[in-house]
Ligand binder design. Structure first.
Ligand code: FAD
Ligand code: UDP
Length: 395
């Protein structure tokens, strides 16, 4: 065993830590992943029959307003000028999403000005206008009024989370902008785009360093390899980006996660839906959305004989399923506090990433948090001899 640092998980958090540790701190880094590929959930591969790049774990759109993160990712890839726009199909009619003046006017068969639309929504938000709701249901009604909430949010959220929106945090819906203009961009960030030659090329470049040893199909908790928990525990600093509850053998109970069943289909037509993502907010449709991958790269010379689509079905994760989204109910948050205490007591282990902190992190947030961990924890330790202190799973 000759690594200075072991990174568990090769998602964007782990890759960023490993890349900085090798390039900036001059360390020998082992990065292990239980999957057969690097990149975590951002991994993509070309569908063999069509050559169309498919996002193996659901659509990944890169966006950020963080200058440091944008500079950092541009070292490994250029980005296309792709701008994400989503449509939603309600009662066999297609509306622009997120909710904007176009959605409002189409829904109410009207031609409201921005001020008229605001006044209408305020009236429809009724008793919740001007309050500070903490749950998704009340926040949604406050933001867009009851009729739009019930058409576009209520059942979609129910399908996606299988949890009463009253028990979900308002922060989930805060991710979606509401605009009183016809601007239907999905994200508000300053920078947006897709990696020109695909996600996997980008992710592989991050790990391409003589001091980085990547071991795939390698689970931290399996014994019999150089970088197992049994082999490295307490001896070499570890950055752990797997599920925090798994690390502690579920001592405080299971944290709840949502997983997604992704059903991929190759169709013998050029274009199925004319857009990269169409949402299905009605309760009688079992899936939440359909992705059509060719539309992520209109500049590529893809075949016109076939197209690849993917339907997303969301459900609670069991052990053995891929944990995708932290559900984050109040019960989960209580358990998480206990896991944070346990993490604080763990010698030479830092917890990071979406699974390690039980937080919904977009890619740019995972990268930003990893850069901070390198600055605030790893650099002081490796250059000045400071002890490695987890500071909890929020580190
Ligand atoms: P992950 O990518 O989950 O990587 C963790 C890695 O750890 C995995 O590869 C896993 O195999 C490995 N691992 C776990 N346990 C072990 C173990 N015991 N031993 C070895 N390896 C282990 N972000 C955006 O910015 N835009 C989007 O559009 C977007 N869409 C998303 C859609 C979906 C369906 C999902 C699930 C996420 C999406 N994200 C998106 C978030 C994005 O995937 C994350 O920000 C990013 O994956 C964070 O990286 P991470 O390293 O924390 O975790
Ligand atoms: N949402 C919704 N209807 C939509 C799109 C989103 O109700 O058509 C809600 C849903 O609760 C979702 C949240 O808004 O979880 C955030 O949307 P985003 O697209 O960021 O969700 P993600 O796919 O990342 O969960």
């Amino acid at each position: 065993m000759n690594a200075d640092l072991v990174v568990v998980g090769s998602g964007l958090f782990g890759l960023t830590v490993a890349e900085r540790a090798a390039n900036e701190l001059g360390l020998d880094v082992a990065i292990i992943d239980r999957r057969p590929h690097i990149g975590g959930n951002a991994y993509t591969e070309n569908e063999p029959q069509t050559g169309i790049e498919v996002h193996r774990y659901g659509a990944h759109l890169f966006h950020t307003s963080n200058e440091r993160v944008w500079d950092y990712v541009n070292r490994f890839t250029d980005f296309t000028d792709y701008v994400h726009r989503v449509y939603t199909r309600h009662h066999d009619e297609v509306f622009p999403m997120p909710i904007n003046l176009g959605t409002i006017n189409q829904f109410f068969r009207a031609a409201y000005s921005p001020a008229e639309a605001r006044a209408l929504i305020q009236e429809q938000a009724g008793e919740l206008a001007g309050t500070d709701p903490q749950n998704l249901n009340d926040k949604g009604i406050q933001l867009i009024g009851r009729p739009l909430y019930e058409a576009f949010i209520k059942h979609y959220t129910g399908k996606q989370w299988q949890t009463d929106p009253k028990d979900l945090p308002a922060s989930i819906i805060n991710r979606l902008p509401v605009r009183y203009t016809y601007d239907n961009r999905y994200f508000n960030d300053k920078y947006e785009g897709l990696p020109v030659d695909g996600y996997t090329a980008w992710l592989e470049r991050m790990a391409d360093h003589p001091r980085i040893d990547v071991r795939l199909d390698t689970d931290f908790f399996d014994e019999g390899h150089d970088y197992s928990r049994a082999a490295v525990s307490g001896q070499v600093p570890v950055v752990y980006t797997g599920p925090v509850d798994r690390y502690f053998d579920y001592a405080e109970g299971d944290l709840s996660w949502r997983t997604i069943d992704l059903e991929q289909e190759v169709l013998p037509i050029e274009d199925f839906q004319g857009a990269p993502v169409i949402n299905y907010p009605d309760p009688d449709v079992p899936f939440t959305r359909i992705l059509e991958f060719r539309h992520f790269y209109p500049q590529r010379d893809y075949t016109t004989d076939a197209t690849v689509i993917m339907r997303e079905f969301s459900r609670f994760a069991d052990k053995g399923d891929e944990p995708y989204y932290p559900v984050n109910t109040s019960v989960d948050r209580e358990k998480l506090l206990k896991y944070r205490d346990l993490a604080r007591g763990e010698d030479k282990v830092l917890f990071g990433g979406r699974l390690g902190t039980y937080k919904y992190l977009d890619m740019h947030m995972a990268i930003g948090a990893a850069l901070s961990m390198v600055d605030n924890k790893l650099k002081p330790h490796f250059t000045g001899g400071a002890t490695i202190e987890s500071g909890g799973v929020d580190a």
